[in-house]
Ligand binder design. Structure first.
Ligand SMILES: NC(=O)C1=CN([C@@H]2O[C@H](COP(=O)(O)OP(=O)(O)OC[C@H]3O[C@@H](n4cnc5c(N)ncnc54)[C@H](OP(=O)(O)O)[C@@H]3O)[C@@H](O)[C@H]2O)C=CC1
Ligand SMILES: Nc1ccccc1C(=O)C[C@H](N)C(=O)O
Length: 472
């Protein structure tokens, strides 16, 4: 089988009963899931609302935040035979470079021994690569400009609006996979079912994308290039991730109202940068900054938790459709890819018993998905506030020392999330356990110091009293 762009999915597992599967959503997760399902021998129809991203020059503004690929995403891509092709396009990111208000810079590595890193990948390139890999498989058909408008998950009947058929065209499938993102229509069809739990949280912060262009000689204007740069400013933060062409995708996260005001009056944005982000302003350039704010529209952030993810053996939601999270941990894509891998393993385990495979997926995945949604929110506080504090760097050093001394017992939070396949729930509970140990250690140390000081005072007092008595 020839592969366009050097992209080819790996060898397929033993085929089970051949099913007609509809994957709704041709984003990152939907495209990878189509590859996994097709490799099992199923007949896959992938329906995507938008036009083929490979034929559109740019993603819509505000949809280009660079993604960071880490261990979990890589494990899924490896299982699909696509890891090498994706990694060839990834840029290593070893840690955070924190830009303080006073212009000083501090490095903090993601892994205590500096050996492991995450990878900055371009969303459009990755989506193109995955769609091509899916299209290369003979049992996958891609349907663009197909917007799911209604779904009957009991019968597998799906209705799509298309440019040729705005009144709607129907398709049916034995299995429906909803990979249609945070505002999923497949999930909307599950809402009406008894026992379906759904919670959506809209956070007051939004983001706006900016760009640092390369130097005129084509080199990077921001160094070092293998770090995520962050300007933590308490109520807001600026972040930059590297691109392959030596430019940087810069993202300003701030309360939505504030961002809207800045877009309405871009001179205020320049003033904000002059006061709080002067070094970044030099790199972006005041005219470009004003232009970007004038043309920009802040994108909102939301989180979604729901349960269960499946309907009998007939439908399942994965990726953002099941667990949309704020982007601050850089785990949304990794968690979505890990969904595909877990589903594939469960299908291996249960064979043709799809109902058990899907039920187990909901059971196993839900606690982990909810944990990473919570951790993603926590990482925003860490990135915009905590990284600027001495206590944060002290804790990082302590974690590093303990990790070196007890590598099997003391895995700090960030490496456990980014560089292992331990369940996200385990990572969260591990951090809580470590926090308690350190608190206990701090309390014991402070108590010991107080006791020693107290005993010293008593001893001196006793000594003085003894001298007083001898004077009598
Ligand atoms: N700003 C960013 O860079 C974004 C990054 N991501 C990342 O990608 C990760 C994986 O996301 P994933 O789960 O694949 O979700 P995505 O949102 O990336 O993909 C879902 C796809 O389904 C399409 N879709 C939505 N509704 C319908 C419908 N009714 N009918 C047919 N297609 C539909 C979407 O189109 P449409 O785009 O029009 O909604 C989109 O192309 C996220 O966790 C996040 O990390 C995701 C979104 C934005
Ligand atoms: N891709 C992102 C998009 C938006 C916000 C953060 C990221 C990150 O990757 C953060 C990184 N994991 C960190 O903790 O430093």
């Amino acid at each position: 089988m020839a592969a366009a762009g050097g992209v080819r999915a790996g060898p397929a597992p033993a085929p089970a009963k051949r099913l007609k599967v509809a994957v709704v959503g041709g984003g990152l997760v939907g495209a990878l899931e189509a590859v996994f399902l097709a490799r099992r021998g199923h007949l896959v129809d992938l329906y995507e609302y938008r036009d083929d991203v490979r034929r559109t020059p740019h993603l819509n503004r505000g949809r280009t935040i660079n993604l960071t690929l880490s261990h979990r995403g890589r494990a899924a891509l490896r299982a699909a035979g696509l890891e090498a092709a994706v990694m060839a396009r990834g840029l290593p990111v070893r840690g955070r470079l924190v830009h303080a208000r006073d212009g000083t810079r501090a490095r903090s590595l993601y892994h205590p021994d500096g050996q492991q890193c995450i990878y900055s990948v371009n969303r459009k390139n990755l989506n193109e690569l995955l769609l091509t890999a899916a299209e290369e498989l003979p049992n996958v058909r891609l349907h663009f400009n197909h917007k799911l408008v209604s779904a009957d998950l009991d019968s597998g009947r799906l209705t799509f609006q298309t440019p040729l058929c705005p009144e709607g065209v129907s398709h049916s499938a034995a299995l429906v996979v909803g990979a249609d993102g945070a505002h999923s229509r497949v999930r909307a069809a599950m809402l009406r079912r008894p026992g379906f739990d759904f919670r959506q949280s809209n956070i007051e912060h939004a983001y706006l994308e900016l760009r640092i262009p390369p130097n005129p000689d084509g080199s990077s204007a921001l160094e070092p290039v293998d770090f995520l740069h962050v300007w933590p400013r308490g109520s807001f933060m600026l972040m930059a991730l590297p691109n392959g062409d030596a430019s940087w995708t810069v993202t300003l996260f701030a309360p939505d109202e504030r961002l809207r005001r800045l877009c309405a009056e871009p001179v205020l944005a320049v003033r904000l940068f002059q006061t709080h982000l002067d070094d970044a302003l030099h790199l972006i350039g005041a005219p470009a900054l004003e232009r970007d704010f004038a043309a920009g529209r802040p994108s909102l952030l939301l989180g979604v938790k729901c349960n269960p993810y499946h309907v009998e053996g007939k439908a399942i939601i994965i990726g953002d459709a099941a667990h949309a999270m704020v982007p601050f941990y850089g785990q949304g894509m990794n968690a979505g890819f890990e969904d595909c891998l877990l589903l594939d393993r469960l299908m291996n385990h249960y064979g043709d018993d799809l109902q058990s495979a899907l039920a187990e997926f909901s059971l196993v995945r839900n606690p982990d998905a909810e944990a990473i949604c919570d951790l993603a929110m926590y990482n925003y506080t860490e990135m915009r506030e905590l990284v600027a504090k001495k206590s944060y760097h002290f804790r990082k050093k302590l974690d590093g020392m303990l990790y070196n001394f007890l590598p099997n017992l003391w895995v700090p939070l960030y490496p456990s999330v980014a560089f292992t396949s331990q369940g996200y729930r385990w990572c969260l509970e591990n951090k809580q356990w470590q926090d308690k140990i350190l608190q206990l250690f701090a309390i014991t140390s402070i108590s010991t110091i107080i006791i020693i000081l107290g005993l010293t005072v008593l001893w001196i007092w006793n000594f003085i009293s003894n001298e007083d008595l001898s004077d009598l």
